[in-house]
Ligand binder design. Structure first.
Ligand SMILES: [Zn+2]
Length: 609
C-alpha cells in the first residue's frame, strides 16, 4: 500500500544545539532548537550536499560512529539530545550550525552557495587536543580541538572538565564563516595589508554574533531583562562565553559592546592596532553601535505607546506584548544590518581588501537595493565607523555619493565586441541552480565554458580593467548572477565577476606572491556599472589605446603606490616575526588561520577563533 496523496518531504529540519551562553542555558533548559533546510538523502555523518562531518579523533586514533539524522527516532524528536559525552550529538551540532550559517549567507546574497568544484566542506569535530579551532584552506576542512577546562575556574565550568570547542555555536559559526569567505574571496588568504585577516576575523565574528538573533526566546529574554535597553544585554553581544571562562579569562572571548564602555571611541585604537582580532573587533563594534542606535530609533514609538507618551518605562517587568513587539524590531534591524554587510561581499575587490573598501562596498551594494535609506542605517553605520577611524582614504566626503564605487571611465560591456560572454547562458545557469525543482540541472561543463569566456573577455579588455595585457596570467576567479531583493520587494539581478593576475615579473624570488585584481558589477545586459580595481604598475603604458590612456596612467600610478605599500607591510611583518632570521620562507607566508587562532599566552587576544 502506498500513501495517497503522497506525504510531502518536509521543508525544514529542526535540531537541538547547546545554548550559546550560560544565560541562555538557564532560560531554555540548555538547548535551543535550530531550524535548517531539510536535505533529502542526508547520509550518516551527517554527510550532505555541502557538509561532510568526519569524526576522527587523532589524539585517541579513534573513529566515532556517525549520527544518522534520518533515523525515524531522531526525526521524531528534533535530533539527539545534546550531550557532552555523546560524540554523535557533537556531529549533529556542527552540522546544524554550519547549515544555518550557509543558509543565511545564501539568503542575503541571492544565489545558490556551492563550494569550489562542488566539493564539500569537511568538518572534524574532534580533530586534535588543544584550545583552538580553525579553518584549513588547503584541506578544505574546519578542525575543532578539545581540552581540559582551567583548574582554577569554578564559576561556569567544573574545574578540569573536558571542553569541546565544537559544542560552541559561536565558534562553529565563526569557523564556517571563514570557509565561506575563503570560497567567495579566495585571494583574501594573502595578507597583503593589515586589514585582510582583520576583515576575515571581523566578518566571522559578525556572523556569529548576529546568529544569536535567530533565537527568538533569547532575544525576548534579553529585552525583558535589560528592560529594552540592549546596550546592557551582555549575553546577546558576547562570543563564546563558556569557552572564555574555561580558558581562565573569566568572561567571553570577545564582546561587541565591551570596548565602548569606557567613553567615546578613540580612532587611534584602529590606526595603531595590527593584530587581526583586535583590529577586526573595532569594525565589529562599529557595526553593533550602528545596530543599537537604529534599534533605539525603531522602538521609540513602541516605548511612547507603552508609557502614555513619556517613553520612560516605569518599574516592574515589561509587558510580554511589548517585549514581543520590541523583539520584532530588534530581529528585523539585526537582519537588515547583517544583510548590508553580507551583500557587500560581491562588491569587494578581488585582492588586497581594506576596511575602506568594505565601507565603499557596503554603501554601494545597499544603495542599489535601498536607494532611500529611510531608516538612515547607512548614515549611522558610516558615522559609527568614522568615529573609530575607519573610512576610505582619499574620498572627499562621507556622503553616499562620494563613497560609491565608480563606473568604468569608458563604457564597458561583457556582451559586446571581441570575446563577448554568452550572457544568456550565464543567466540561465545561475537561475537553474537557484530553482531546486527545475528539470534541467546546472552543468559543470557549461560553468567551465563560461569561465573560459570570461577569461578571454578580460584578456581582451585588460587595459580597461587595470590589468597588464603584456605579462599574461589573467584568470577569471568568479562569474555569477545573483538575485538580491530590493526595498520594493523585486529581485535585482546583477552579474558579478572577479579577475586576478599574478605578476611574476614583480615578484622578488622570495616566495611572496604579487597579484593585481579587478572585480566588477554589471547589469544582466552586460553593461558594467562598477569597476573595483587593485592595479599594479604596468610594464608598458604606451600600448594603451587612446580612449583609456589617461585611465591606464592613473592605474599605473595607483599600482606603483600599492606595490610600495605592500612591500613595506611585508617588511614590517618580517621585522615583527622572531623566526624571520632563521627561515628562508618569508614571514608573511607563515601567517595562517591556524596560527592566527593559536593560543598565544594569557594576555593575548589571539586565542581560538
Ligand atoms: Zn577567526
Amino acid at each position: 500500500m502506498t500513501n495517497h496523496p503522497p506525504v510531502r518531504m518536509p521543508d525544514r529540519r529542526v535540531l537541538r544545539i547547546f545554548a550559546f551562553d550560560p544565560m541562555a542555558s538557564r532560560l531554555s533548559g540548555r538547548f535551543l532548537p535550530l531550524s535548517i533546510p531539510f536535505e533529502a538523502g542526508l547520509g550518516p555523518g551527517p554527510s550532505g550536499e555541502l557538509i561532510q562531518v568526519v569524526d576522527y579523533d587523532s589524539a585517541h586514533d579513534t573513529w566515532y560512529s556517525p549520527v544518522d539524522l534520518d533515523d525515524p527516532f531522531l526525526l521524531a524528536q528534533n535530533g539527539l539530545r545534546p550531550s557532552e559525552s555523546d560524540p554523535r550529538s557533537h556531529q549533529q551540532i556542527v552540522y546544524a550550525v554550519a547549515m544555518s550559517v550557509i543558509e543565511r549567507f545564501q539568503r542575503f546574497t541571492g544565489r545558490r552557495f556551492r563550494w569550489q568544484g562542488d566539493e564539500r566542506l569537511r568538518i572534524v569535530p574532534h580533530a586534535f587536543e588543544g584550545r583552538n579551532a580553525y579553518f584549513d584552506p588547503d584541506r578544505r576542512a574546519v578542525l575543532f580541538g578539545w581540552f581540559r577546562a582551567d583548574e582554577t575556574d569554578t564559576e561556569a565550568n567544573l574545574p578540569g572538565q573536558l571542553m569541546f570547542t565544537c559544542l560552541s555555536t559561536d565558534i562553529v559559526a565563526h569557523e564556517v564563516t571563514h570557509a565561506i569567505v575563503h570560497r567567495v574571496r579566495e585571494m583574501f588568504t594573502y595578507p597583503t595589508n593589515p586589514d585582510v585577516y582583520a576583515f576575515h576575523e571581523a566578518f566571522a565574528d559578525l556572523i556569529a554574533l548576529f546568529h544569536h538573533f535567530l533565537f527568538r526566546d533569547v532575544v525576548e529574554a534579553a529585552i525583558a531583562q535589560s528592560r529594552s535597553n540592549l546596550d546592557d544585554a551582555e549575553a546577546l553581544f558576547s562570543l563564546a562565553d563558556e569557552f572564555g571562562r574555561a580558558t581562565g579569562r573569566g568572561g567571553p572571548l570577545r564582546s561587541a559592546i565591551a570596548s565602548d564602555r569606557s567613553g567615546p571611541p578613540d580612532p587611534r585604537a584602529f590606526t595603531q592596532s595590527t593584530e587581526p582580532h583586535t583590529r577586526g573587533a573595532i569594525f565589529v563594534s562599529a557595526v553593533f553601535d550602528a545596530f543599537l542606535t537604529t534599534y533605539r530609533d525603531r522602538i521609540a514609538d513602541l516605548r511612547r505607546l507603552a508609557t502614555g507618551g513619556s517613553g520612560i518605562l516605569g518599574d516592574g517587568e515589561l509587558m510580554p506584548d511589548l517585549v514581543h513587539r520590541i523583539a520584532n524590531e530588534a530581529t528585523t534591524n539585526a537582519d537588515r544590518l547583517l544583510g548590508m554587510v553580507v551583500r557587500a561581499f560581491d562588491y569587494l575587490p578581488a585582492v588586497d581588501v581594506t576596511f575602506g573598501d568594505v565601507v565603499r562596498a557596503v554603501i554601494t551594494a545597499d544603495r542599489d537595493l535601498y536607494p532611500d535609506d529611510e531608516l538612515r542605517l547607512r548614515a549611522r553605520l558610516v558615522e559609527s565607523l568614522r568615529q573609530r577611524g575607519i573610512f576610505p582614504p582619499g574620498v572627499v566626503s562621507l556622503a553616499d555619493q562620494a563613497l560609491l564605487w565608480q563606473p568604468p571611465q569608458q563604457p564597458l560591456s561583457l556582451a559586446e565586441g571581441m570575446s563577448a560572454i554568452d550572457l544568456g547562458e550565464l543567466v540561465r545557469e545561475s537561475t537553474v541552480k537557484l530553482d531546486q525543482t527545475a528539470s534541467v540541472e546546472g552543468s559543470p561543463e557549461r560553468t567551465r565554458r563560461l569561465f573560459r569566456q570570461a577569461r578571454a573577455w578580460a584578456k581582451t579588455h585588460a587595459f580597461e580593467l587595470g590589468l597588464d595585457p603584456a605579462v599574461g596570467g589573467i584568470q577569471a576567479h568568479d562569474i555569477h548572477v545573483a538575485f538580491q531583493t530590493a526595498a520594493d520587494g523585486q529581485p535585482r539581478p546583477r552579474i558579478f565577476a572577479q579577475f586576478v593576475q599574478r605578476r611574476l615579473d614583480l615578484e622578488k624570488n622570495d616566495g611572496v606572491r604579487i597579484h593585481a585584481g579587478c572585480a566588477l558589477v554589471a547589469a544582466v545586459d552586460g553593461t558594467v556599472q562598477y569597476l573595483i580595481s587593485k592595479p599594479l604598475p604596468f610594464t608598458d603604458t604606451t600600448d594603451a589605446p587612446e580612449p583609456v590612456r589617461e585611465f591606464v596612467g592613473e592605474q599605473d600610478a595607483a599600482g606603483t603606490s600599492r606595490l610600495a605599500g605592500m612591500q613595506s607591510w611585508f617588511a614590517a611583518v618580517a621585522e615583527a616575526d622572531p623566526l624571520a632570521l632563521w627561515l628562508e620562507e618569508p614571514a608573511v607566508n607563515r601567517l595562517s588561520f591556524a596560527r592566527l587562532h593559536e593560543e598565544a599566552g594569557d594576555d593575548s587576544e589571539g586565542e581560538a577563533s
